[in-house]
Design a protein around this ligand. Structure first.
Ligand SMILES: Cc1cc2nc3c(=O)[nH]c(=O)nc-3n(C[C@H](O)[C@H](O)[C@H](O)COP(=O)(O)OP(=O)(O)OC[C@H]3O[C@@H](n4cnc5c(N)ncnc54)[C@H](O)[C@@H]3O)c2cc1C
Length: 388
């Protein structure tokens, strides 16, 4: 039998933007009944942690490993929030080594990547736990219900309420709705959800609300960067050549080197069990296609190790890998929005009692956690005005 659930507010998505929004909303609306719906098994979205069942004791941040805040406009809302996270000891300043590798040598310079400019922060736990802590800090009365492994495939609006339908047919109703993801607003949903109309467009037909039409027009032009992440569960005795003891260590490959080795960034992640995990990111399209077309995943994994060993041949701190290291591969169809960003002025439709947040909004945090956090903070302020 299918179930019906009714709330004051529903949030679709369990990434950082959803968690920041929910946390602030819970603080200011202690009597409201709210629910968060997420297709994944837990919180974090693209900033989450793989806790492997196969490889016990490993926690690898397989999306964003940390985050950087540039706050070039000196936004007070953002500054205050980051201070709050620091005060609560959810994050600390990330003073890990960052190496920028170029053709000739291992140059160590600072702050010249989109993911390292400004101040870098590290979650004191895993990235998934970071999202969880953000919500828990204001969920003191257990006001929020979580629906994990629940995929919303359809949305409807009648004058009274929003009605969402999940893939297994459950219905969720609410007066207010937050989309902390743009999947249901973007044409990629057609293929992913196997449907023939973008769900938000279906719920609000063209010419019913100018703002929604403009939002969908912007998103029509937004593209996404696919990425692969390779999670390397190193063998028992694998370690650095030196005595580095900080939690993470980053290696960024400059253009020519990225082309040659197909890697964008390599992050060493010290584990609680003292082992050293390695997460390698690639956004090289040929490499991604060669993975997708590979008939034998093992052969592809050997290629990863070969490239890694060539890259770090004679490196002063990194040891080579052996060919029996365990690797799992994560495919991000849409790791980051790219191209056109959506103006923040389109974040809320009063008429339809719906709001949007995420890294797909304009600003210098576009495509990054900074943008997700800032858009959620701004949305919460706008939404509080709406529900008064
Ligand atoms: C490999 C990789 C590396 C990155 N590196 C960095 C970095 O170094 N620094 C940085 O700042 N940023 C980085 N990013 C980007 C960063 O991870 C994102 O900007 C940020 O996590 C986005 O958060 P969000 O809440 O806006 O969206 P998301 O995390 O995408 O959250 C949206 C959530 O909604 C869920 N969802 C979507 N549709 C539905 C549906 N229909 N029903 C139910 N649930 C749904 C999704 O499962 C997801 O959990 C990286 C991303 C990736 C993938």
């Amino acid at each position: 039998m299918k179930s019906y659930f009714t709330y004051d507010l529903l949030i679709i998505g369990g990434g950082i933007s959803a968690c920041v929004f929910a946390s602030k909303y819970l603080k200011n609306n202690i009597t409201k009944k709210i629910a968060l719906i997420e297709i994944g098994r837990g919180l974090g979205g693209r900033s989450s942690t793989r806790i492997s069942k196969r490889f016990e004791g490993w926690k690898l941040n397989h999306g964003s490993p940390n985050f950087n805040i540039s706050n070039s406009k000196n936004n007070l809302l953002l500054k205050t929030y980051i201070d709050e996270l620091l005060e609560n000891k959810f994050i600390k300043i990330d003073d890990s080594d960052i190496f920028f590798l170029n053709e000739d040598s291992n140059l160590k310079t600072q702050n010249n990547s989109e993911f390292s400019c400004g101040v870098n922060y590290l979650s004191l736990d895993s990235m998934s736990q970071f999202s969880q802590k953000i919500i828990e800090s204001n969920n003191l009365k257990g006001k929020i219900n979580f629906y994990f492994e629940t995929l919303i495939v359809d949305m409807k609006f009648n004058d009274k309420e929003w009605v969402l339908t999940s893939k297994n047919g459950d219905k969720f109703k609410s007066k207010y709705l937050i989309c902390a993801t743009n999947l249901l607003l973007h044409k990629r949903s057609l293929k992913i959800l196997n449907i023939n109309q973008i769900p938000l467009r279906k719920a609000i037909p063209i010419n019913y609300d100018k703002k929604i039409d403009m939002l969908l027009n912007f998103l029509e032009k937004q593209t996404f960067i696919p990425r692969l992440t390779f999670l390397i569960y190193t063998n028992k005795n694998y370690s650095y050549k030196d005595f580095y003891s900080k939690k993470q260590r980053y290696f960024y490959l400059k253009n020519k080197l990225e082309k040659k080795y197909r890697f964008e960034r390599i992050i060493f992640q010290q584990q609680d069990n003292n082992k050293l995990g390695i997460v390698v990111h690639s956004k090289n399209i040929e490499f991604i296609n060669s993975y997708l077309n590979s008939k034998d995943e093992e052969v592809f994994k050997q290629k990863i190790i070969t490239n890694f060993n060539k890259l770090f041949d004679e490196n002063s701190v990194v040891n080579k890998l052996t060919f029996d290291e365990k690797i799992s591969i994560m495919k991000w169809r849409a790791s980051q929005p790219s191209g056109i960003a959506v103006p923040l002025s389109l974040q809320v439709s009063r008429k339809y009692r719906i709001g949007f947040c995420g890294d797909w909004f304009e600003g210098d945090g576009f495509g990054r956690i900074e943008g997700s956090i800032l858009s959620a903070l701004i949305l919460e302020k706008k939404f509080n005005d709406l529900i008064k």
